[in-house]
Design a protein around this ligand. Structure first.
Ligand SMILES: Nc1ncnc2c1ncn2[C@@H]1O[C@H](COP(=O)(O)OP(=O)(O)OP(=O)(O)O)[C@@H](O)[C@H]1O
Ligand SMILES: [Mg+2]
Length: 374
């Protein structure tokens, strides 16, 4: 049984019921929502009492125009000229991005690119040193408590409390959000089941495998029914089964209308999950877009790979075809792979030439290079 189909997935949706009450039409992938307007109260749209002021809780606070022209879509995060310095080091170098409500937005980049630093500024745990950053239409410097109460965070480092069991970790975390005890207990039980950890309920943290700890951290991030989930390498070190479970979980959370921001070094994961993403390097954003668009733009449709020999280089040079060097292999990024392959087969062995579709990994390596980072 998959997570999305499971009874528990349906039960867990109950955690979001309170919030969904004032999401009259939870947006899914690519959905377009009108901005909230007081006049909508006449259509039966009423924020529940005690839900915070309308301007704080409304979903469509930062409006922007989408590429199709004129349509209003809410932005959950807006960064402009965002900078983070650690003394002489500029870890995040005046970047700008917008995360739209209901989308999965990815941050990719080599080690040290500035992804975690950016995540920490969004989480209001590391103050920016320049620019502006708004989350839910609130400034991270002036409204950290309000922002944090609506966030779920999966940090890059596993930081569960080793003195407690899986269940107790969830309960203790629920206290930070002031969730009443009985409600916290119910949520903790449901979340353990949602992440398929119910059998590990009373097991101490040091007796859990790496994958179980990662799943528990995701369960913990959901304890306050967050609208925005920040996931810093959520599937690091997991086996394929656990990765698929987490992908299904993230998709079902998105289907509920949540916004997800994630970093990952698994480019196939980014390609599957992200509606849009940025590739960062040395603190700067190099490109932004939907995975398929980035692949088309920066790698073309296909890659012809061929063993490097003087004859191959001479033929490609004669044809005026550009190529990249990947170890002993030459890569030709092209929209006409079979024409290129046919030419190459005249000067090398049949097995030496392969044609495959271009991937996000090709884009990543072309833009950030192959040199290992410090
Ligand atoms: N607290 C800190 N003090 C000083 N330098 C820091 C601090 N935190 C991060 N850095 C530096 O900022 C830069 C960006 O680090 P960051 O952790 O954001 O990278 P990352 O993209 O998340 O990398 P990775 O993929 O390895 O997790 C690095 O050069 C790092 O050494
Ligand atoms: Mg990191």
């Amino acid at each position: 049984m998959t997570v999305v189909d499971s009874v528990w997935a349906k039960r867990i949706r109950g955690l979001w019921t309170g919030r969904l009450k004032f999401r009259p039409n939870p947006p899914g992938k690519n959905s377009v929502q009108p901005p909230f307007h007081p006049a909508r109260a006449e259509e039966g749209f009423h924020p529940p009492p005690g839900a915070g002021c309308a301007s704080e809780r409304m979903l469509y606070s930062h409006d922007s125009t989408d590429s199709s022209g004129g349509t209003i879509i809410g932005d959950v995060i807006v960064a402009r000229d965002l900078e983070k310095r650690f003394e002489d080091l500029i870890a995040v170098d005046r970047i700008a991005f917008r995360v739209r409500e209901g989308e999965v937005f990815g941050f990719l980049g080599p080690n040290g690119a500035g992804k975690t630093t950016t995540m920490k500024m969004i989480q209001c745990v590391s103050p920016k040193t320049g620019g502006t950053l708004q989350v839910f239409d609130m400034d991270v410097d002036t409204h950290p408590r309000e922002i944090k109460s609506r966030l779920g965070v999966v940090p890059q480092e596993t930081n569960l409390d080793p003195d407690f069991s899986a269940y107790r970790n969830l309960l203790v975390y629920a206290r930070y959000f002031g969730i009443p005890k009985r409600e916290a207990e119910q949520r903790a039980e449901e979340l353990l089941t949602f992440m398929q950890l119910e059998e590990k309920r009373d097991v101490p943290i040091d007796k859990l495998s790496g994958g179980m700890k990662r799943r528990l951290i995701i369960a913990r991030a959901l304890i306050n029914a967050p609208e925005l989930l920040i996931l810093d390498e959520p599937t690091i070190g997991l086996d394929p089964q656990a990765r698929h479970l987490i992908w299904e979980t993230l998709r079902s959370l998105q289907a509920e209308g949540n916004t997800l921001v994630l970093t990952t070094h698994y480019l196939d994961e980014a390609e599957r999950l992200c509606d849009r993403l940025v590739i960062m390097d040395h603190g700067k954003i190099l490109v932004e877009g939907a995975p398929a668009d980035l692949i088309r733009e920066h790698a073309g449709s296909d890659v012809v790979e061929v063993e490097q020999t003087p004859e191959v280089i001479a033929r490609l040079t004669g044809l005026g075809v550009n190529y990249d060097l990947a170890g002993d292999v030459l890569q030709v990024f092209t929209d006409r792979p079979h024409d290129v392959a046919r030419e190459l087969l005249e000067v090398c062995r049949h097995e030496a030439v392969t044609v495959r579709p271009a991937t996000l990994e090709d884009v990543f390596l072309r833009l950030t290079g192959r040199r290992l980072r410090e």
